[in-house]
Design a protein around this ligand. Structure first.
Ligand code: AMP
Ligand code: ZN
Length: 431
């Protein structure tokens, strides 16, 4: 049941000792990089004098802008020829940040992925089809090597090409997949086009992640395919996937605290929030040598779920990510996250598999339009039903987000579909 029982079920006291030991090592190591070397001098921090985990808070958090400003090698803490792999973030704004790994880093990362997949039930006998982009994006190669370490048969299918995916699923009786949640919904439509039932495969486990999705969306995916879907969280700056992962209990994601120190900070004040309250996840690598990063501001909003997990693992759990601080839309003074809209939509019968939020400005007024795919039968039948559904969606959204959006209902598969992370918002207000 456990990949590494001793580490996964370590007592909190022993974990604290281990964390401090790894933190001291990491700080000494990080001091070799240009960025942290200079920073430690500036703030007067001597890694050898660090005596408690609390000393970490003396270090100002690291941001994506810091990584960009010292691009590409300013955070690297080993000689250049020790580096064996580069990855980058999938961000669409500004210069993509790059992360370098030594052979040791890759081995540690692979082990984390194996731990995650084993936890949810993947075994040597499984056939694993990886439907993620291979390349600079970390989702492809990260899972690939993790699954190989478990000993599963890996099909490196890559993203997209839905008909070929389905063919591979059938031909090789795939039992475990890794897929972007929005793409999982799209793929089920392709099954239907081929007059096949998505339930009619051997898949028993899916790893879904890389983008925010609600519990409702997970349930929808599970119901369509009849498998269990586990949430996978990570970011390229912290290797990629393998940072936090759901266990079979499916109530929060265990964050691997032997590899990362997790803090939840108020994004405005950068002070810790009380346990259990929402804030920005800030992470410190504890076992990385190529490019250690201290107190990295992920911009992802979550909270620690208080209490023990029935699965026996002692690493704390974070709640599924609500969104990134920069995904937050402000309309007429109200803060709204795309996931709030997704969650409401997924609860309404008749709503299809995709939606798009469009923000416009007229004079001083902001408007939100939500385009929603609805099931085909609404377009074949009485238009009254379509109008009833539209009104219901407006009402449901209004009750949650407190403003009245314009809702346009569109036919299945008519909205743009990405093979990678879904783009949920088009903001035309920036002028
Ligand atoms: P990248 O570094 O390009 O792989 O992007 C990492 C970002 O993707 C994270 O900081 C999150 O904003 C988002 N992300 C990754 N996994 C998840 C997940 N399971 N749920 C929500 N957001 C996620
Ligand atoms: Zn658990």
């Amino acid at each position: 049941m456990y990949w590494e029982k001793d580490i996964e079920t370590i007592s909190r006291d022993n974990l604290a000792v281990l964390q401090l030991e790894n933190l001291r090592h990491t700080l000494a190591w990080a001091a070799k990089s240009f960025y942290y070397g200079e920073l430690f001098k500036k703030i007067g921090l001597a890694p050898e004098n660090v005596r408690s985990r609390a000393d970490l808070t003396k270090i100002p958090p690291t941001t994506k802008d810091d990584l960009r400003a010292h691009w590409p090698y300013g955070f690297v803490a080993v000689p250049r020829d020790e580096l064996v792999r580069m990855h980058s973030s999938s961000g669409t704004t500004g210069r993509a940040t790059v992360i370098f790994h030594t052979a040791g880093d890759l081995s540690e990362w692979t082990n984390l992925l194996a731990r995650c997949m084993y936890m949810s039930g993947m075994r040597k006998s499984d056939v694993f089809q990886n439907m993620m982009t291979y390349g600079l994006f970390t989702g492809g190669l990260g899972f690939h090597y993790g699954a190989e370490r478990i000993g599963a048969l890996v099909i490196p299918a890559g993203a997209g090409n839905s008909k070929r995916q389905i063919q591979l699923l059938k031909d090789f009786e795939t039992t475990v997949i890794h897929i972007i949640p929005s793409y999982a919904l799209h793929l089920s439509t392709v099954f239907e086009e081929l007059r096949m039932d998505p339930k009619d495969t051997k898949i028993r486990i899916a790893y879904v992640g890389a983008e925010p999705h609600s519990e409702k969306m997970r349930q929808k995916i599970e119901a369509l395919y009849g498998f269990k879907a586990y949430n996978s969280y990570g970011l390229s700056e912290m290797n990629g996937p393998g940072v936090a992962f759901e266990c079979p209990v499916q109530n929060g994601l265990h964050i691997w605290e032997d590899n990362f120190i997790a803090e939840i900070l108020d994004p405005a004040t950068l002070q810790p929030v009380p346990d259990g309250e929402e804030g920005e996840l800030v992470l410190t690598t504890l076992r990385r040598e190529g490019m250690p990063i201290l107190r990295y501001r992920t911009k992802d909003l979550t909270r620690i779920i208080p209490g023990d997990c029935p699965c026996g693992r002692t690493h704390r759990r974070i709640e599924r990510i609500k969104g990134r601080t920069d995904d937050m839309m402000i309309l007429k003074g109200v803060n709204i996250f795309p996931i709030q809209i997704e969650k409401k939509l997924m609860e309404i019968p008749g709503v299809g598999k995709n939606f798009l939020i469009i923000l416009d400005r007229e004079g001083f007024n902001d408007h939100m339009t939500v385009k929603v795919e609805v099931e085909r039968q609404f377009f074949d039948g009485d238009l009254k039903h379509l109008e009833q559904l539209r009104k219901r969606i407006v009402e449901e959204l209004k009750s949650d987000i407190l403003i009245t959006p314009k809702v346009d209902l569109v036919t299945p598969e008519s909205l743009p579909q990405s093979e990678g992370k879904a783009k949920r918002v088009i903001d035309n207000r920036k002028d």
